[in-house]
Design a protein around this ligand. Structure first.
Ligand SMILES: [Ca+2]
Ligand SMILES: [Ca+2]
Ligand SMILES: [Ca+2]
Ligand SMILES: [Ca+2]
Length: 527
């Protein structure tokens, strides 16, 4: 693919805003981290840059090699001691964002940030390649690298893209670590690194169609790329993980087996232990017993064998696997009773509709709590022995509300009532229930937009007397679980193609990634 001539205009120190504070070593002043100064919401924070670059680029048609249009690009790059922040805006009169849920983006606009990490003039195998493309109603960020296996196993950083119909432009921002991840897949940035920005317009890879522009016309040879304006930075203030976290976090991740395995994370030692070696069993919805000796989960030979999902129990050391249900129904989402003698779960006894069922830990059924007309799922016990779950009983539609019911089937009442949304994954105390919220009054399963709209974490009073939003940062945040001290909340944050376990306080202060180096998490619990 040929690319046209570029005209370069650099505006350094334009005086539009005060230069950012980098801190003076030895002065005692510690500047605030970039991660706290900029919100990655797709609206560039150009005021943090000392210099904003401008250039006019040619969009070149990939099939003909001819320039189809010119576009003005504005961008800035800054780093602190932990992260690098890149913001870009460019002209594009049309938003192309067609996504096939099974394949990914098929017709899109967007950008790639290419980094010649070691500055040797070649964008080599293993070097950084971060992309941000318009997709569905939002954008898709990917952390990749050059090479045959271009997928980066540990997803790092954040990226978001927005489009304004007037004046017809994209705005993009990325924030990612300046050091390599635990597998060495990302750039370890220095002032020797070089970069290039590649922009896409109406790109249809399957047809080999669309237009591409770049700051530097060379896309492989990197010798002429601009140097990254990287500056060694003193320590900055950022949120810290607390040192006194208790309990164990059980989670399922597919970073070692496609069907996922169960792991335990000790947050005090920051150590991960693998529990299961069951590659032939797809696993989901793990629940850790309160004595932390057993794990219940749903398993099936594959993700697609819906009617073969059964409830299993395994010891925390990986021994003693037992299957507790055996039928041609989808059985899922087990949860331990406060004394670990019983398990509540969802049993799909009507097509597409589940009942909340209680069984002994031997598998003997004790009660079906919900009438046949009602759909309920996501059961969790509260410490007082009642069960919180989600149900469509109060909406008359596929939108779900959080509700509570006694193990004797009495005391059923809704906890949430917000119109226009659908609530999921409740857990909590006898006073307060946390859950995640899909911002549409509809079923999210099968909705291709569900990965591209914000999911918030909300806390509601267990008596239904009110709610407050704990986290609303535009990302897909889900599965909030309180720790035993009731001071912290672990939850899953999905950013583009990866999902990591994060920590926040019960008042909603984000504290960062909790389980390090694992970003293919499917489900978690904390006891
Ligand atoms: Ca922003
Ligand atoms: Ca376009
Ligand atoms: Ca290189
Ligand atoms: Ca990575």
């Amino acid at each position: 693919m040929r690319l046209g001539l570029l005209s370069l205009v650099s505006i350094a120190g334009c005086g539009c805003s005060p230069p950012p504070e980098r801190g003076v070593p030895g002065s005692g002043f510690v500047p605030e981290a970039l991660a706290q100064r900029v919100a990655i919401d797709g609206i560039p924070d150009f005021s943090v840059f000392e210099a904003v670059e401008m250039q006019t680029v040619d969009f070149v048609d990939g099939a003909t090699g001819f320039s189809v249009r010119q576009a003005a690009v504005r961008w800035g790059i800054i780093n602190d001691d932990h992260d690098i922040y890149v913001a870009v805006e460019w002209q594009d009169a049309t938003r192309d964002a067609v996504l096939d849920p099974a394949i990914g983006p098929v017709d899109f606009d967007g950008l790639s940030l290419l980094i010649d990490d070691d500055g040797d003039g070649r964008h080599d195998s293993g070097e950084d390649l971060r992309s941000l493309v318009a997709a569905s109603v939002g954008s898709l960020y990917t952390d990749r690298h050059v090479g045959a296996d271009a997928s980066d196993l540990i997803g790092d950083g954040f990226g978001k893209l927005t489009w304004e119909p007037v004046p017809g432009r994209y705005r993009a921002e990325l924030l990612f670590p300046i050091t390599a991840d635990a597998r060495g897949e990302d750039a370890h940035l220095t002032s020797a690194a070089r970069y290039n920005l590649v922009l896409f317009d109406h790109l249809r890879p399957a047809q080999g169609a669309g237009a591409v522009a770049s700051l530097d016309p060379a896309l492989q040879g990197a010798a002429s790329w601009p140097l990254l304006p990287f500056v060694p930075a003193p320590p900055h203030v950022r949120a810290q993980l607390p040192p006194d976290l208790r309990g164990r976090i059980a989670f399922i991740s597919d970073h070692e087996e496609p069907n996922g395995e169960i792991y335990l994370f000790d947050p005090a030692r920051r150590a991960v232990t693998r529990v299961t070696r069951l590659p032939g069993l797809y696993k989901d919805n793990v629940s850790l017993s309160h004595d932390r000796r057993r794990l219940a989960f749903q398993g099936a030979p594959s993700r697609l064998d819906a009617f073969d999902f059964e409830i299993y129990v395994v010891n925390a050391d990986g021994t003693g696997l037992r299957r507790l249900t055996s039928n041609r129904l989808l059985d899922g989402h087990p949860a331990w009773s406060p004394d670990d003698s019983r398990i509540a779960y969802a049993s799909f006894r009507d097509p597409g509709r589940a009942s909340i069922v209680v069984m002994a830990d031997t598998g003997a059924e004790l009660a079906d709590l919900t009438p046949p007309s009602m759909h309920g799922n996501d059961p969790e016990y509260l410490p007082d022995g009642r069960i919180v779950f989600k149900t469509d009983l109060f909406t008359g539609s596929s939108a779900m509300r959080i509700a509570v019911i006694g193990e004797d089937g009495r005391g059923l009442h809704p906890i949430t009532s917000r119109p226009g949304v659908s609530d999921h994954d409740p857990s909590g105390t006898s006073e307060q229930v946390l859950f995640d919220r899909f911002p549409k009054a509809a079923d999210h399963t099968g909705d291709p937009e569900s990965r591209f709209v914000p999911w918030d974490i909300v806390a509601a009073r267990a008596d239904g007397g009110g709610e407050r939003t704990l986290l609303s940062d535009g990302w897909v945040n889900w599965l909030p679980v309180l720790d035993v001290s009731q001071r912290f909340v672990a939850y899953q944050k999905t950013v583009g193609s990866y999902t990591a376990v994060h920590l926040m306080t019960v008042s909603g202060e984000e504290l960062g990634r909790l389980v390090p180096g694992i970003t293919r998490v499917r489900y978690l619990d904390w006891k």
